[in-house]
Design a protein around this ligand. Structure first.
Ligand code: SF4
Length: 282
């Protein structure tokens, strides 16, 4: 026998259950979506790197990188130089973003991987290895087995400039790539800017986005940390000029990446850095 009160009570229970179920479902739907976004970000990141490698936006740099690839340095005559824009290297899910200046003419422009094949790379990867972000302290070629974990290296410009000096318009031409990378790198907790040009380039992106008011409020100096989101940590660039004169020592650069690891460790989320045996994007 149906009792009207029972029907009402059942209906009430059903509504309550459905409300709880819907709330739970919408929560559970959010979690996979986050993972899907990450995967799709990785795909977009790979596509972006493909675009960068084909770029010919700066005539002076295109000429230079290709000339160097033909004339070569005597020590590397048996190398097939890369001679193209150098894509970013590392983990697209990284919490550490390293922003360099530009590929070296006979380093990354030869090998095709950021900071690979020259003294700057030895310095940088030595410190990244000490802090747990790199699988090995040396970086010789794209098939040397090096992996980055929880770290990604990009640059203010992706083509080697003459005398390591890009022109302002070349920096402007390349900045959209950095902006697009920043949009795709959702996990970054700390940005390490190597040198003043990289530091200013990053600040110019922040200013364009309204995240900061004035670039002049930020002074470049070694081991200077700015409490932004993500944190910004400035470092001298590991150029041969800085490392051979002792302006930047290995211990000083180690301290930068140990500090970056500490910032990541103290931020919410999984412990840092994560070691991985998976190969990185180039
Ligand atoms: S520096 Fe950047 S914008 Fe200019 S040609 Fe190279 S990749 Fe393109």
């Amino acid at each position: 026998m149906l009792i009207p009160g029972t029907i009402y009570f059942k209906s009430y229970l059903y509504d309550r259950w459905y409300a709880e179920f819907s709330r739970d479902l919408s929560y559970r739907n959010r979690v996979p979506r986050r993972i899907e976004t990450t995967n799709s970000n990785k795909a977009h990141f790979t596509t972006l790197q493909g675009e960068i490698v084909k770029c010919r936006r700066c005539p002076r740099l295109v000429r230079y990188r290709e000339d160097v690839a033909v004339t070569k340095r005597r020590a590397y005559l048996d190398w097939d130089y890369w001679g193209k824009p150098v894509p970013s290297f590392g983990d697209p899910a990284a919490r550490l973003l390293i922003l360099g200046l530009a590929p070296g003419a006979h380093g990354a422009n030869r090998t095709g991987r950021m900071f690979t094949g020259d003294r700057s790379g030895d310095f940088l990867y030595g410190s990244l290895h000490t802090a747990g972000f790199a699988s090995q302290p040396v970086s010789r070629s794209t098939d040397d087995g090096l992996n980055l974990s929880d770290a990604l290296i990009t640059a203010a410009i992706h083509c080697a400039p003459p005398d390591n000096k890009p022109l302002p318009e070349e920096l402007r031409n390349c900045r959209p790539y950095l902006e697009r990378e920043l949009d795709l790198l959702r996990n970054v907790r700390v940005v390490v800017a190597l040198g003043k040009i990289a530091f200013d380039t990053y600040l110019s992106v922040l200013k364009n986005r309204g995240a900061i008011e004035r670039i002049a409020d930020f002074r470049f100096g070694h081991d200077v940390l700015y409490d932004l989101d993500p944190a910004l940590l400035a470092s001298y660039h590991p150029s041969q000029q800085n490392t051979s004169t002792g302006k930047l020592t290995q211990t000083m650069l180690d301290a930068i990446f140990l500090r970056a690891a500490e910032i990541i460790r103290s931020a919410p989320g999984p412990a840092a850095p994560r070691r991985s045996s998976k190969p990185n994007s180039r």
